[in-house]
Design a protein around this ligand. Structure first.
Ligand code: PRP
Length: 207
């Protein structure tokens, strides 16, 4: 059996679609409510549904042989895994955003709310801009509205969340998409099986 960690939620829907196109039936998972482990005897695969930001942890520790995870999580966590394939799904941008009309005062540190603290630090380091990081876990868009931060660093997909909260993009600095990753030891022992899966998924993407 190959163990695969898959992300729940918005990216999960794209993932089920791409797996189906590659010949891996995912109807059972798609319709599932609270079940977290699914086994396909015919394909020799066990799927685990995990929080999107936990996929790389399961793979790095070998609890899953492979996984599907956003590039944002890989850049933020920098896990010791192989990145095998850009799946071209879950496309979005890492952005700096603020309230409409926000004027930056370069004489003060910029207060940045984000869950991507490493990505934000690296970005503002590149710009030589001094910042103060405020780490949040979700609903980041609230921070500038409540005066908790000047700007946010977050992923923007459709732009709806920013628009509905009176925020606007200041800069888009990192394109993001979902990647197939592998545990290093699993890949060295099971490269034939994993490569076959990569091939089928690539064909599914192109179809
Ligand atoms: C992400 C992100 C934004 C939103 C952007 O949140 O943090 O809030 O999606 O998407 P949009 O541009 O299509 O509106 P997510 O749904 O992952 O939930 P979170 O607030 O818990 O981070």
């Amino acid at each position: 059996m190959i163990n695969i960690a898959l992300p729940k939620g918005r990216l999960g829907d794209h993932v089920f679609n791409i797996l189906s196109k590659g010949g891996y039936d995912c109807r059972e998972m798609h319709d599932a409510n609270r079940q977290l482990i699914f086994t396909s005897e015919e394909n020799g695969i066990s799927y685990f549904l995990v929080k999107p930001s936990d996929v790389d942890i399961y793979v790095a520790h070998g609890a899953a042989d492979i996984g599907i995870v956003g590039k944002d999580i890989l850049l933020e966590h920098d896990p010791d895994v192989y990145e095998l394939l850009d799946l071209g799904i879950g496309k979005c941008q890492m952005c700096v955003a603020a309230r409409k009309g926000f004027q930056d005062d370069p004489s003060l540190p910029l207060r940045v709310a984000t869950k991507f603290t490493n990505i934000a630090k690296a970005h503002f380091d590149d710009l030589n801009r001094q910042i103060e990081i405020i780490r949040l876990n979700g609903s980041i868009e609230l921070a500038p509205l409540l005066g908790l931060s000047d700007v946010i660093v977050d992923i923007v997909e459709t732009g709806t969340t920013l628009r509905e909260n009176g925020l606007e993009v200041i800069s888009r600095f990192l394109p993001i998409s979902a990647r197939l990753i592998a545990n290093k030891a699993s890949y060295s022992f099971r490269s034939a099986e994993i490569d076959q899966l990569v091939r089928k998924l690539s064909e599914g993407i192109q179809a």
